[in-house]
Design a protein around this ligand. Structure first.
Ligand SMILES: [Zn+2]
Length: 334
């Protein structure tokens, strides 16, 4: 089994998040984020990138012959304004209550798309604020994962997909699942940002999702994440985050066993208090926890499920411990 030496350097992690979260984006206009991710992965040992036919960016870390068990996914878009191909006017793509859309908040144009005019990225203590945490936090976490695997020189294989057009209905993830370019044994894990809810609080660690608003996730992968978090001492939560749905619902629908992890976020989709458009924010310790969790998951996973191995050992131990009682009473059940 591989071992993990230390966690990621703080300055390096922050610089990766700053660059990715500063890149402007909107549904179907993910090219700035995509280029930034590609730049940050270029030249890393054992890492290669390629686009698929839809424009999703696929990254692979491969050192040695161990087959991949996981493909992580994060989406590169964020709700925003895009120039209509029909009439040239702004269309807003993504989930947003009409009252916020009509608030008259200023926007910032980037050619054929626009975002709310908000600070691109700020870090104040442990609070990370950005106009688009959703889901650039997931994208940046995956870039950090690849940097960590390369730094540690881990002998394994692992995939990640940076998808397009999630906010309008998982289109990139659907295209990925339809043309699944990996082995059938590879499991999909969605990285997301989500609304806090009772039992899942901001600042209490990344959330291992039992499911989302539409699906219950693969119990083996979910169990593996919980086992790795527990055994690595990573502060985490486990909850059904059913106030939204993630790409794991799409990939699972197409037959790929899937799971999800979320970092909890304030001002979801830029909807602040009192109808105001605000920057989204997350807690840096939750973000570091997510990077640490996915890194540990890849580093510690062998060819078999770690949670199923632990369960098998525990069940056998319980049976053996109590066999004397079983024997002593067996005659009464004949
Ligand atoms: Zn979203």
């Amino acid at each position: 089994m591989n071992t993990l030496k230390g966690s990621m350097n703080h300055q390096k992690l922050v610089s990766i998040f700053r660059r990715i979260l500063s890149a402007p984006t909107a549904p179907f206009h993910e090219y700035h984020v995509r280029r930034t991710i590609r730049d940050l992965l270029t030249g890393l040992p054992h890492v290669s990138t390629q686009g698929d036919a839809f424009g999703n960016l696929i990254a692979t870390y491969k050192a040695g012959d161990t087959p991949a068990r996981f493909c992580f996914g994060a989406h590169m878009d964020h709700p925003g304004f895009v120039r209509s191909p029909r009439n040239g006017k702004w269309d807003f793509l993504g989930g947003m209550p009409p009252a916020y859309l009509d608030s008259g908040a200023p926007i910032e144009e980037f050619g054929d798309f626009a975002m709310w005019r908000l600070p691109a990225f700020e870090l104040d203590g442990t609070r990370m604020t950005a106009r688009a945490c959703d889901d650039l936090i997931g994208c940046a976490s995956l870039v950090c994962l690849f940097h960590e695997l390369a730094r540690l020189g881990v002998a394994t294989t692992c995939h990640a997909v940076f998808t397009r057009a999630e906010e309008v209905g998982f289109i990139g993830a659907i295209r990925l699942a339809e043309s699944w370019p990996f082995s059938k044994s590879v499991r999909f894990i969605s990285l997301e940002t989500s609304l806090p809810m009772p039992g899942a609080m901001l600042g209490q660690g990344p959330v291992i999702r039992v499911g989302d608003g539409q699906s219950v996730f693969d119990h083996v992968v979910t169990g593996d994440m919980a086992t790795v978090a527990r055994e690595s001492g990573i502060c985490h939560q486990r909850a059904l985050l059913d106030r939204g749905s993630c790409e794991a619902t799409a990939t699972q629908f197409y037959g790929i066993p899937s799971a999800g992890i979320s970092v909890l976020m304030g001002n979801y989709h830029n909807c602040g208090p009192n109808g105001r458009i605000e920057a989204e924010f997350v807690d840096l310790s939750d973000v570091k926890g997510m990077v640490n969790l996915i890194t540990q998951l890849v580093v510690r996973s062998g060819s078999e499920s770690i949670s199923q191995l632990r369960l098998a050992a525990r069940f056998e131990e319980r049976i053996n411990q109590h066999r004397v009682y079983e024997r002593a009473t067996a005659a009464r059940f004949l």
